[in-house]
Design a protein around this ligand. Structure first.
Ligand code: GTP
Length: 332
């Protein structure tokens, strides 16, 4: 199951369970004639239903969707208003499902912040109205619940991040990621040493990427990065591999490619990128640093460092250019 689907499922189930819970409270209050609480619970149930609809509308951008924060801030404020204005001892328990919903739907920090903002006045109201022993039991229960749920979500986020780091493809571009680069480059170096064939690499960096991010936002630069990956896959030949190092830098491993060859392909990449009209951002240039394996290159770090320094040299020389840095000559 993809992350988007998982989030849509958990968010909608969370909102639906909250709707059922709040609706039951509304009905109970109607039965006992607590009309203010009935109206409040009905309003909150409508908001949670709105949350279900919003989850499906924004299913591609669950975590960054600002509407969830607005919906949950509305629900938390409604509950807080009820707590402070109505003298009903059981109402503090309503905070429990609200905490879970905050943490389930919002990014961890926002969820914790909103929950603490709800719990502090709730605790004060409970302390003020109930016998100290009862009040402390309720408050401790609420804070223990908040802590346990936050720790659980922090643990989940941490595991998800590790899984992402371990994955070999970049989630934005579909190119291989940096972790996989070292593994493949080491294998290619060993193969080149064993067979004596040439091996070249290219470090490619988008010029003025920070300025582009300021102008077109993170989303604009991510789209450019994705389009550029597709473009590069179209230019390189089978057997070459492409990696994303960070949000503006690529790395290419080119087996069976001598110095003359890497100069040709690097120049072709530079020219085709500069000539291309990119969606949203228009014209873009890149700086490319390339190198070919020399006799001293038996490990990845030397080759990567030399390619990176060559890229920086290309950039120093005015960007939109290629710089080749030679290793030690291999003598047969
Ligand atoms: N690794 C790699 N090298 C390339 C690529 N394109 C060109 N080169 C290198 O540049 C040299 C000259 O390439 P071209 O100008 O395309 O000439 P070509 O006669 O079509 O080269 P071949 O692809 O070897 O048939 C090649 O022999 C390769 O060493 C590429 O996509 N990947």
């Amino acid at each position: 199951m993809t992350e988007t689907r998982l989030r849509t499922l958990t968010h909608s189930i969370g909102y639906i369970l909250a709707t059922l819970f709040i609706f039951t409270l509304a009905m109970q209050n109607l039965r006992y004639g607590f009309y203010e609480l009935f109206y409040l619970a009905t309003g909150m149930a409508m908001l949670t239903l709105g949350g279900v609809a919003y989850t499906f509308i924004c299913r591609r951008h669950q975590l960054s969707a600002p509407g969830h924060l607005i919906i949950l801030a509305g629900l938390n404020s409604g509950l807080l208003a009820a707590l402070l204005t109505l003298d009903s001892p059981g109402i503090a328990h309503w905070a429990m499902p609200m905490l879970i919903l905050n943490l389930l739907i919002l990014p961890l920090r926002q969820g914790v912040a909103l929950s603490v903002l709800l719990l502090l006045p709730t605790s004060a109201a409970v302390l003020f109205r109930q016998a100290p022993a009862d009040a402390l039991t309720v408050i401790a229960g609420l804070f223990i619940l908040l802590t346990a749920a936050s720790l659980y979500i922090w643990h989940y986020d941490h595991m998800a991040q590790s899984a992402e780091d371990l994955a070999i493809t970049d989630s934005v571009t579909g190119a291989h990621n940096a972790r996989f680069l070292d593994e493949t480059l080491q294998k290619e170096i060993s193969r080149a040493i064993a067979t004596g064939h040439p091996l070249s690499v290219i470090d490619l960096s988008i010029d003025y990427a920070d300025e582009a991010e300021d102008l077109y936002g993170k989303g604009g630069v991510q789209n450019l990065f994705r389009d550029m990956t597709e473009h590069l896959f179209g230019v390189i030949r089978a057997g070459d591999t492409l990696y994303t190092l960070n949000e503006s830098e690529f790395f290419l491993i080119l087996p069976f490619t001598p110095e003359e060859g890497v100069r040709v392909i690097a120049e072709r990449i530079r020219r085709t990128i500069a000539e291309h009209q990119w969606p949203v951002v228009g014209k873009v240039t890149v700086s490319l640093g390339c190198t070919t394996r020399g006799s001293g290159d038996t490990r990845t770090d030397g080759l990567r460092k030399r390619a990176h320094e060559a890229m920086e040299e290309a950039r120093r020389r005015g960007a939109d250019s290629v710089w080749f840095s030679a290793g030690e000559t291999i003598t047969a």
